[in-house]
Write a protein that binds this ligand. Structure first.
Ligand SMILES: Nc1ncnc2c1ncn2[C@@H]1O[C@H](COP(=O)(O)OP(=O)(O)OP(=O)(O)O)[C@@H](O)[C@H]1O
Length: 316
């Protein structure tokens, strides 16, 4: 495998009236060809700043970033031809154009020969499942269709590396699934993809590797399974209960990180953190106001791992 992205000691500060704001602090990572690499972190963690630097839209304050072996500062033109990006919730579409007209417009900007434009547009609109809507004006498109059109647009220059910043934000579950399927197809074609998302299940489904970023630093990096296993002192339990007085349970300060999901009254699933040795005691305690139908250790999801690692940030 060859390295498509090499980031070494990257830092970026912004000048504010109050002084300097550090958005990225000595960040290093590498991405191999063909990987789907997820950058996950809370608002303000530094994801967009990272993407802007990697796409040559923003200069680093210090450190070195190479894309395809080219430096983002001195060789930005060589990089721009080979990459593209889509920001979630992106506006900037020309509503009065049809999808096809919009694609022709960008083909011309990307200097695609007139003779080749129709075939390319057909292929790309088919790939993002907009072929049937090609003559429809964009202002009639749903958010999901617009987002898929952005993806088609970002593929015009045949990029080997694409950046998708929260691509499914604001999409309904079906629209989001369609978009995830397209991301998988692009990955299967060998395109390297950098993805940011706040949806952990999406990251788990799509990403080969993930970096957790918080406060401008990468705190954990690896395959989704590695990240889940990294919480080895996190013991989550899931109990299915029949509860008559749910308010009483909600008021309990007894549990660490209690979450309650209603199945159908009076049945509930509760998740909580506990030591394995305390489970018998907890069962007895619960039986004071609920019938315990089932209790088991919960498999750690990527979301559990994320909450575990970001807890101090979330609690601030
Ligand atoms: N142009 C700017 N001027 C000043 N500060 C900025 C600027 N852009 C970003 N920041 C600050 O840098 C930090 C990192 O921001 P960034 O947008 O990279 O985070 P993010 O992880 O993408 O967040 P989100 O999930 O909300 O998009 C934040 O504290 C943010 O307020």
């Amino acid at each position: 495998m060859s390295k498509i992205i090499e980031v070494n000691g990257l830092s970026r500060t912004y000048k504010l009236k109050e002084g300097l704001k550090t958005a990225l602090d000595n960040v290093s990572f590498e991405v191999e060809k063909g990987e789907v690499f997820g950058l996950l972190g809370p608002n303000g963690a530094g994801k967009t700043t990272t993407i802007k630097i990697l796409t040559t839209l923003l200069l680093p304050t210090s450190g070195e970033v190479k894309i395809f072996g080219y430096d983002v500062v001195s060789d930005s033109n060589k990089i721009r031809d080979k990459i593209n990006f889509v920001y979630g919730g992106e506006k900037g579409v020309y509503g009065r154009l049809t999808a096809k007209e919009y694609m022709h417009y960008f083909c011309t900007l990307y200097k695609i020969k007139n003779n080749n434009q129709n075939d390319l547009i057909n292929n790309l609109l088919t790939l993002v499942q907009l072929h049937e809507a090609e003559n429809q004006k964009i202002h009639t498109f749903s958010k999901g269709m617009i987002q898929r059109l952005h993806i088609a647009r970002c593929l015009i220059n045949n990029p080997q590396l694409i950046f998708l910043d929260e691509p499914t934000i604001g999409l309904d579950p079906l629209g989001a699934k369609l978009l995830r399927d397209i991301v998988k197809q692009l990955s299967e074609k060998g395109i390297t993809i950098i993805l940011t998302t706040h949806y952990m299940q999406e990251a788990d489904e799509l990403c080969d590797r993930i970096a957790f970023i918080r406060g401008g630093k990468i705190t954990l990096i690896g395959k989704p399974d590695y990240i889940k296993k990294s919480c080895n002192n996190l013991n989550l339990f899931e109990a299915t209960l029949s509860i008559n007085d749910i308010e009483k349970l909600q008021k309990e300060n007894f549990f660490r990180n209690l979450s309650i999901k209603t199945i159908k009254e009076p049945y509930y699933i509760i998740n909580f953190e506990a030591n394995e040795a305390d489970i018998e005691f907890i069962m007895k305690y619960l039986s004071n106001f609920a019938e315990v139908l089932d209790i088991k250790k919960k498999e750690i999801s990527l979301e559990d791992a994320y909450i575990f690692h970001m807890r101090e940030v979330i609690n601030k």
